[in-house]
Write a protein that binds this ligand. Structure first.
Ligand SMILES: Cc1cc2nc3c(=O)[nH]c(=O)nc-3n(C[C@H](O)[C@H](O)[C@H](O)COP(=O)(O)OP(=O)(O)OC[C@H]3O[C@@H](n4cnc5c(N)ncnc54)[C@H](O)[C@@H]3O)c2cc1C
Length: 489
């Protein structure tokens, strides 16, 4: 039997469940990707994410061609139509794919499955982008978890009892790849300009090989994982794995990452074990938010906590524009936003600070921030982005309490103590002494004069007074969330 593996957020050969299953069930396998021009032209996809995917497609095609096969790149707003035509052309009888919990993908997949089955094709879907399916980690009474720590405990128990190890899909499929001559006409790898995306060489380029190298370096002896817990909050240290765009496009499998983390949990040095545990926890946060999206899909366009729908957000386009442009007058927030818009990625601590500033200091609806991040992140992922925003806005499951408002000055002092990160992103503050770098408007005139920075001209004055803004936020949240039980709906 010939089969098609329909790739979507799993652009790799190894540790790919659908590919493994297809290889086991078939004599020949053809890998396909369907470009959806409507999606690419929609507001939901930004240049960094699109470019990340295009680069991963190019790398995968190159690998398949080196193996004598090809990646069938098709284009259609209806993937089922493109896949059915491919199946007819190559004589395939089955389509395999991996599930995606994004509600719009769930809808598309249900429609495509029905249409493909109507064409007499066998269709099989698998859990791949998470270790455990959303329904596998439940409370004793069968209800989904709403709080991370017990979810994580159960996740770990389950993994230790029955680990989900990486699947050897590459080995299984190598000899079964359909020859390129049999695949025939498919389109070129999409290019940024074709869909109106402005390219930037700083946006990450992805490939399976690169992802594996990053993971290997990060988890090797002496790699970043050994200090992760101590350094992960320091943006200047650049001490996190940077695997997020790879996990998003699937140039690495989550089981491979988890297995490597588990290897380091057995390290003889207790410090390494502790740090590896922290990194593993982050991978489980990723699973938790995927579970939340699948089990509580209403989070896609509304708060997890129903009462939070009544928060009176401000309509403040000028403040939103200042935040987006990195011109709030708070250096750690501005540096964060500049990192995002110049590189397509933002450090996790900064995502929390920037999101807290928008939703609390500016009291602007988290959905505007979520959409902005979605368009600028190379790792933009509905589950993690929504989870992160609702966490910061105190509207989500297991979120930060509403009265905890990050202070952008002390956050800067704590996590960028010498202003190294801020100066790297905001060269206009380069000569500001360390003491004032997170609050430049407090510089006495003689200091400002000697470092040559005119606050209000060279760099903006703060657009809000943090202390007043904090009180305003608490005043807006308290009547709504003061009585609400978090996690209930
Ligand atoms: C407001 C906000 C928005 C976010 N939006 C996204 C997003 O769109 N896509 C995304 O992948 N992550 C998002 N995150 C989570 C986190 O910031 C990034 O995953 C992380 O910064 C990626 O860097 P890294 O790969 O070096 O992570 P590492 O620190 O090395 O962590 C390893 C992996 O664990 C996962 N992970 C880490 N932290 C989290 C978390 N808090 N939630 C979920 N998964 C996590 C990621 O897949 C990450 O690659 C968001 C966080 C916040 C606060």
């Amino acid at each position: 039997m010939r089969s098609i593996v329909w790739l979507r957020r799993d652009l790799r050969l190894d540790d790919n469940v659908a590919l493994f299953k297809a290889a086991c069930a078939s004599e020949e396998v053809c890998l396909a990707f369907v470009v959806d021009p409507a999606l690419l032209r929609s507001q939901r996809i930004g240049a960094p994410l699109a470019i990340a995917f295009f680069s991963a497609l190019a790398a995968l095609r190159e690998r398949l061609r080196a193996l004598g096969s090809d990646l069938a790149i098709l284009e259609d707003e209806l993937p089922e139509r493109a896949l059915a035509a491919l199946a007819e052309r190559i004589g395939a009888r089955a389509v395999f794919f991996n599930l995606d919990y994004d509600p719009s993908a769930v809808q598309r997949d249900a429609r495509a499955t029905e249409a493909l089955r109507a064409e007499n094709l066998h269709v099989s879907a698998f859990v791949d982008h998470v270790v455990f399916a959303a329904e596998e980690i439940d409370q004793n009474d069968g209800r989904p978890y709403r709080v991370f720590t017990p979810y994580k405990r159960r996740w770990l128990d389950r993994y230790r009892f029955a680990p989900r190890l990486p699947v050897a899909s590459e080995r299984a499929v190598r000899r079964k790849l359909l020859r390129s001559e049999a695949i025939g006409g498919s389109r070129a790898v999409p290019q940024a300009r074709e869909f109106g995306f402005a390219d930037n060489p700083r946006f990450p380029r992805l490939s399976e090989r690169r992802a594996l190298q990053i993971l290997t370096d990060f988890t090797a002896e002496g790699g970043g994982i050994a200090r992760y817990g101590e350094t992960r909050d320091l943006p200047a240290a650049d001490a996190t794995s940077r695997l997020s765009p790879h996990l998003r496009a699937g140039t690495i499998g989550i089981r491979t990452c988890v297995a490597r983390a588990f290897c380091r949990l057995g390290d003889p040095a207790s410090g390494v074990r502790r740090n590896a545990e922290v990194w593993l926890s982050e991978l489980i946060w990723r699973e938790f938010y995927q579970m939340v999206l699948r089990r509580f899909p209403h989070v896609t366009d509304g708060p997890f906590v129903a009462a939070a729908a009544d928060i009176a957000w401000r309509d403040a386009p000028e403040d939103f524009a200042a935040w987006s442009a990195g011109r709030t007058g708070y250096p750690i927030v501005d540096a964060a936003m500049r990192q995002l818009t110049t590189s397509g990625w933002m450090h996790n601590r900064l995502r929390m600070i920037a999101a807290s500033f928008l939703t609390k200091d500016l009291l602007i609806d988290w959905r505007s921030g979520e959409r902005f991040f979605e368009r600028w992140l190379c790792d933009a992922d509905l589950a993690a982005n929504n989870g992160g925003w609702q966490w910061a806005a105190s509207t989500g499951t297991d979120a930060v309490p509403y009265f905890r408002v990050f202070n952008p000055i002390t956050q800067g002092e704590r996590f960028d103590p010498h202003g190294r990160f801020v100066r790297a992103m905001l060269p206009e503050l380069d000569r500001v002494p360390d003491r004032f770098v997170h609050a430049p408007w407090t510089m006495p005139p003689d200091v400002a004069h000697s470092c040559g920075v005119r606050v209000g001209t060279d760099y903006p004055l703060p657009i809000v007074d943090h202390q007043l803004a904090r009180l305003r936020a608490i005043g807006a949240y308290a009547p709504v969330l003061g009585r609400a039980t978090h996690g209930s709906r």
